[in-house]
Ligand binder design. Structure first.
Ligand SMILES: *Cc1c(COP(=O)(O)O)cnc(C)c1O
Length: 308
């Protein structure tokens, strides 16, 4: 079984701000990067899970896939969807005791086994001994050898999955027929950013827009970067709007089924969700209007997908 979707399309956006600034604005529609259209298994979460899923379906014995996330994690939704589609057992450790929500209900309906952890216990997921105990517990429960219990880090982020996200850069270069001058993307854990910076040529400036408040993102990305990566990148920390899950009151955020959509008062944009991609597009358009991109330059904005 081969799990790689086709490259996602690169679209030229005819936005008035781009025209006025004399730049070419493109969107890498990675929200269309999927093996299962209409599900949560799309965008950068697919790029990060591909390797795990491929390996899980290749071995003699299907492993149990275990991961971690908040109650509105796109990663947990993507993983539980994959569990349903590929008949893999999935265990999700969810941060906080908070009550149910439609995303978690859907994950349960997909067949995932959910375990809520207090915030204090959730933080222990970085401890080797704690993980080992969970692994033993699950191996006994599922009557499987210990090495059939696979942990996938929060957000699916690890050096290998980051490298796989980096292939998006090569797709952009193929589609554009040139190296983009700027490539802009959102960041949560920074895994996708590290992968793209690792793949990028030095001629491309990579701009990372954290969706969270704080100054730690650059260090986090550096920790995940392969050696000899381009250093032509920067974090743009002005567009978190107060932190993860927060956004301006005047954004209109209707729900479409499970998905949330953000209308940010700009014409001709693809559908955006409020957590990551709406903040990113808002930030890029603001920078375009401020003249941060020289006339004649090509600016590629990565639509990393997301339903919530
Ligand atoms: C998870 C997610 C991100 C963050 O990706 P990281 O690799 O964790 O930085 C960005 N955009 C969307 C739509 C996501 O779902």
């Amino acid at each position: 079984m081969h799990l790689r979707p086709r490259p996602s399309p690169l679209q030229l956006l005819q936005h008035p701000a781009a025209t006025a600034a004399g730049i070419s604005l493109f969107c890498k529609r990675d929200d269309l990067y999927t093996l299962a259209p209409g599900t949560a298994l799309q965008g950068n979460k697919v790029r990060k899970l591909e390797g795990f899923l491929q390996a899980a379906l290749t071995g003699d014995q299907k492993p149990v896939l275990v991961s971690f996330g908040g109650a509105y994690s796109n990663h947990l939704s993507a993983l539980s969807t994959a569990g349903r589609l590929y008949e893999l057992r999935v265990v999700l450790y969810v941060r906080g005791e908070e009550a149910d929500n439609p995303l978690l209900d859907r994950a349960r309906a997909d067949g995932a086994y959910l375990r809520h952890l207090s915030r204090a216990e959730y933080r222990r997921k970085g401890e080797e001994a704690w993980l080992k105990d969970r692994q033993l517990e699950l191996a006994l429960e599922y009557r499987l050898p210990i090495n059939s219990i696979w942990f996938i880090a929060e957000g699916g982020t690890c050096p290998d999955s980051a490298r796989n996200v980096g292939k998006l850069y090569n797709e952009v270069v193929d589609e554009l027929g040139a190296l983009p001058d700027y490539l802009c993307l959102s960041a949560g854990t920074g895994g996708s950013a590290a992968g793209i910076i690792g793949a990028a040529e030095a001629a491309t400036r990579v701009e990372v827009f954290p969706a969270l408040k704080g100054n730690w993102m650059a260090d986090e990305i550096r920790r995940l970067l392969p050696q000899n990566s381009s250093d032509n990148w920067t974090t743009i920390t002005d567009y978190h709007f107060g932190g993860y899950g927060k956004f301006p009151k005047d954004w209109i955020v209707p729900s479409e089924g499970l998905a949330k959509r953000a209308k940010i008062g700009e014409p001709d944009l693809p559908p955006l969700e409020p957590i990551y991609t709406a903040k990113l597009f808002y930030g890029v358009l603001d920078r375009i209007r401020k003249g941060d991109y020289p006339p004649g330059s090509s600016v590629v904005v990565v639509h990393s997908g997301g339903i919530y």
